[in-house]
Design a protein around this ligand. Structure first.
Ligand code: OGA
Ligand code: MN
Length: 209
């Protein structure tokens, strides 16, 4: 069930995405959901259930350690834990609001936990693949307690593709949520000074089978 406040909140997200391409908030999900998600991510990590992330999709997928060095654990839409399901449900409300107000045609959501081990980065890129343009909106939830400026690992959001000097840096603080247009917003992850966790996903044009 979504409350009236939720609907107003999601409409505000849509307005900002329409205006500037992205939106950031520290109150997308409640604390108990956050605590649970970080516990799940940590246990996948401790059990060695992350693999090296690549570039591209399908047969075009390549490991490119000069571009990105994070590790990921994909979530299976058909085998979500109750906490993952709660997050999916919240994202689904966002999906419906964006479809209604921005005339998007997002049909599904895909997501992975990501870890940037110390020294890891992801160079400047767009999230929408050139070959198959499934990804419409990127949604990232950060899961790092006590993150400080000295820990690096900021998300650098470029304001436009012409001028490299115009950007906003976002700290990957516990509970911070950012969403942005996957086809338009250039971004990068600056080298991280310590293990950096997130739950990163995409609203997609097509449904996954
Ligand atoms: C990505 C990405 C940014 C971040 O996974 O495509 O750009 O801050 N992540 O983790
Ligand atoms: Mn990205």
């Amino acid at each position: 069930m979504s409350s009236v406040e939720d609907i107003a909140f999601f409409e505000q997200i849509a307005d900002e995405i329409a205006l500037k391409g992205w939106f950031v908030t520290d109150s997308f999900v409640g604390e108990s959901l956050l605590d649970g998600l970080i516990q799940e991510a940590s246990s996948y990590w401790e059990e060695g259930e992350f693999s090296k992330a690549g570039i591209g999709t399908g047969v075009q997928l390549q490991l490119r350690p000069e571009i990105r060095t994070d590790k990921i654990h994909w979530l299976d839409e058909h085998q979500l834990t109750p906490l993952q399901q709660q997050y999916w449900d919240r994202i689904d409300l966002l999906r419906q609001t964006l479809n209604r107000t921005l005339y998007l045609s997002a049909r599904s959501f895909e997501a992975h936990f990501a870890v940037y081990p110390e020294g890891s980065f992801y160079k400047k890129h767009l999230d929408q693949h050139q070959e198959v343009q499934h990804r419409l909106i990127t949604c990232i939830l950060y899961l790092n307690s006590d993150w400080t400026d000295a820990d690096g690992g900021k998300l650098r959001m470029y304001h436009n593709s012409e001028n490299e000097a115009e950007y906003t840096d976002i700290m990957p603080l516990m509970g911070r949520f950012i969403c942005f247009r996957s086809d338009q917003v250039l971004h990068e992850v600056l080298p991280s000074g310590r293990e950096r966790f997130s739950l990163t996903g995409w609203l997609r044009r097509e449904s996954l089978i």
